[in-house]
Design a protein around this ligand. Sequence first.
Ligand SMILES: NC(=O)c1ccc[n+]([C@@H]2O[C@H](COP(=O)([O-])OP(=O)(O)OC[C@H]3O[C@@H](n4cnc5c(N)ncnc54)[C@H](OP(=O)(O)O)[C@@H]3O)[C@@H](O)[C@H]2O)c1
Length: 258
Amino acid sequence: MTGPVAIIFGGSKGIGAATARILAQEGYAIMVVARNGSDGEILAETLRGGGLTVKAMACDIAILDQVAVVITQTISAFGQLDVVINSAGVMDPIAMVDESDAEEWGRCITINLTGSFHIFRAALPHLKAQKSGVIINLSSGASSNPLKGWSAYCTAKAGLVMLTRCVSAEVSDQNIRIYNFQPGMVNTELTRSALAHKINRIAEELDPTDFDPPEVAAGAIAWLCRARPRDLMGEEVILTDPEFRKRITMTEGKTDEA
Ligand SMILES: NC(=O)c1ccc[n+]([C@@H]2O[C@H](COP(=O)([O-])OP(=O)(O)OC[C@H]3O[C@@H](n4cnc5c(N)ncnc54)[C@H](OP(=O)(O)O)[C@@H]3O)[C@@H](O)[C@H]2O)c1
């Protein structure tokens, strides 16, 4: 393989699937990853039908060994690893803290936060060895806005902000770029199902059909992979920030902006 290679955890649906489509069309070889392997395989088959290079694997990011297998099998299938997108995430349980099921609450943290650690843990040794790479985590405005009934999700995303900053500090001198990306509100299965519970002001006031389609966020993620901005390393990159949108427009088509 000569083109770049990307793994997309959570690549079977929503923002991850849209990112898989865009990066594959840009010439990346893609590994689509989700717990439900058949969803990933259906997307991979469709994209392969269009002449693109896409494979799929089943993996639960809550389990480090499964994540490690995805990383090594991707490198063995495609020869290298350039980009890792972490778009795997869940919102449940949606419940007030004093009514939450403790196991479900912990599971949300294990997927959204510990799962992100697993991806860093398994991918970084390879990126360090090749002295390059980009890792993008899907963050959320929920990381800094407390919302009734979403405590597990908000807490996990807040933890992800600090995890990303810590990892960024560890690798900043090694040509590896790490970002947290906030996509704004996007019309996906995750938001449609979460907003059906009218538990807080977001769910009461907003309608997912008014949100951006996943392709808007995916386009910005593809830009981050190309531009690799040094000054945003470890930061919350916020799609709704007008300055960020302007920067995308002004530098479209260029690589390695910084
Ligand atoms: N949509 C929004 O408005 C929004 C806003 C802010 C942040 N985000 C973040 O963006 C990311 C993607 O969200 P989305 O809206 O695109 O969600 P989505 O449509 O529900 O897609 C989530 C993807 O993650 C996979 N996944 C879930 N748990 C997993 C696990 N334990 N291991 C591996 N894969 C797993 C799902 O497949 P399986 O179920 O088969 O595993 C699916 O492919 C999430 O981190 C979310 O928090 C979304």
